[in-house]
Design a protein around this ligand. Structure first.
Ligand SMILES: [Zn+2]
Length: 465
């Protein structure tokens, strides 16, 4: 029997096993050692990360390997164990078909030696494949059932790491962390960015449960988690009230979610480094001005070219313009017009607390039904039937709740001198959120060549409030 001139080494991490990164390295190394022992030449290593073969998610490298086997580019396969290669009978059949058609007769496993080149090996492989699929389906059913059951009863998931804000039991609050979470949620809906909240946590020495610094994605996950509002979710669906006390109100929770959703849509933009980024229009062409730093002076400029499509003919120095607009805005915040608008906001507040109230009323039967199911007074079929219409109404209310309150950024602002003192202490993203609440956009007229100071008449503000 000849030896392969260009064998494939295949390795895979499955997400259900611990200590994985190392695992793949070992799989590959052991395969290479085996190749050396057999005198095979290895053509390529194919490694798929973090996909469970059973879950049916695509394995791009595996597919590539099949393609290369079919085309004859690879003529042998080395795998650590059959369960790295395939865990479903259908996949095994596909694999067998490919190697059969391409007449690949060299398939070796480091462990559980099933040589597919021999009839026995083939049978062993088929059997092993069938066994692996059966095992994995049963395990996945067991786990799913357990998780669903816990969710229905409002019990927390079993976990190795406690959730931030809670003790290890995932029910008892940790008061210091709970108050941090409340504060963060409020500042977030008031317009502060996740990035700026993370920086603040870093400065205060507040770490994640694992003792790591906060990142925007970890903070977004924690702040948007229904568990904060005392709600139990399963597969992204809120299934009812949890057994633990809420840290934030359900209303606040939905405002956080709505804001995250709206920011996701604009997440392609670069992080805000300038107070007026995105708010300025070119007075010549109407295009948006972009921030730019030249030597030690910050500017907003109209940029031409395919990415920006402006006229490229307008520049304004940032600092005096930002000062001017801030003065306008602070003056505006003191005005009766805005006072009225903020008073108008209280009607939005009423609307949202009314919806919040309605929501918890609607939820009550769901909690009751879950309890009845929990103590086996009704069966699953009746329970599902009874809760379906209620869930529809709940979802509708949640959606409406997310849409009220547009002026959250103005919450907690003082007036007059107090406001001026306060302003300097607010960070950039909060200041910017306030300006965005007040101002639709600012059109900048062309400047006089050689003018040293900013002419206030160059800035024309279009107010929202
Ligand atoms: Zn322009």
């Amino acid at each position: 029997m000849t030896t392969p001139r260009s064998a494939a080494v295949y390795a895979r991490i499955s997400s259900d096993q611990a200590g994985e990164g190392l695992g793949v390295q070992r799989q590959v190394e052991d395969c290479l050692r085996l190749a050396e022992g057999l005198g095979w030449t290895v053509g390529e290593e194919y490694v798929d990360n973090d996909f469970s073969a059973y879950s049916g998610k695509p394995r791009p490298r595996y597919q590539q390997m099949l393609t290369d086997l079919a085309s004859g580019d690879r003529d042998g396969v080395l795998v650590y164990h059959l369960d790295r290669l395939t865990r479903r009978p259908r996949e095994l059949e596909e694999f067998l078909e490919v190697i059969d058609a391409a007449k690949v007769r060299h398939v070796k496993f480091v462990a559980g030696d099933a040589d597919l080149g021999s009839g026995d090996g083939l049978l062993v492989a088929r059997i092993m494949g069938a066994v692996a699929a059966g095992e994995s389906a049963a395990k996945s059913r067991r786990v799913k059932r357990k998780l669903m059951q816990n969710a229905e009863l409002g019990l927390p998931h079993g976990r190795s790491v406690r959730p931030f804000g809670f003790e290890q039991d995932a029910i008892t609050h940790r008061p210091d962390e709970a108050s941090v979470l409340r504060e963060l949620a409020q500042r977030f809906v008031a317009g502060e960015s996740l990035r700026s909240l993370c920086t603040d946590l870093e400065e205060r020495g507040v770490k994640t449960v694992k003792g790591a610094p906060w990142h925007t994605h970890s903070l977004r996950y924690v702040l948007s988690n229904p568990r904060l509002a005392g709600l139990r979710s399963h597969n992204g669906q809120t299934v009812g009230k949890a057994v633990w006390e809420p840290i934030i109100t359900e209303e606040l929770h939905h405002r956080v979610l709505a804001l995250i959703a709206s920011r996701k849509m604009s997440s392609r933009r670069t992080p805000r480094a300038y107070l007026l980024s995105g708010m300025l229009r070119c007075g010549k062409c109407g295009g948006t001005l972009f921030s730019s730093r030249r030597q030690d002076s910050r500017r907003y400029v109209c940029l031409s070219g395919p990415d920006h499509r402006g006229c490229g003919g307008l520049t304004v120095v940032a600092a005096p313009l930002e000062q001017l607009i801030t003065d306008y805005a602070l003056f505006r915040l003191d005005s009766p017009a805005v006072a009225n608008a903020i008073a108008g906001r209280s009607s939005a507040d009423e609307e949202s607390s009314r919806l919040g109230e309605q929501l918890s009323q609607e939820r009550e039967p769901l909690d009751y039904l879950a309890e009845e199911f929990g103590v086996a007074r009704i069966d699953r079929r009746h329970w599902e039937k009874a809760r379906r219409p209620v869930e529809g109404r709940v979802k509708d209310l949640e959606k409406r709740l997310g849409k009220v309150t547009r002026t959250d950024s103005l919450t907690g602002l003082g007036t007059g001198e107090a406001l001026r003192d306060q302003w300097a202490g607010l960070n950039l993203s909060r200041q910017s959120a306030i300006l965005r609440t007040l101002i639709a956009h600012i059109t900048i007229a062309p400047g006089q060549r050689g003018a040293r100071a900013l002419d206030p008449d160059r800035a024309e503000v279009t107010w929202l409030l």
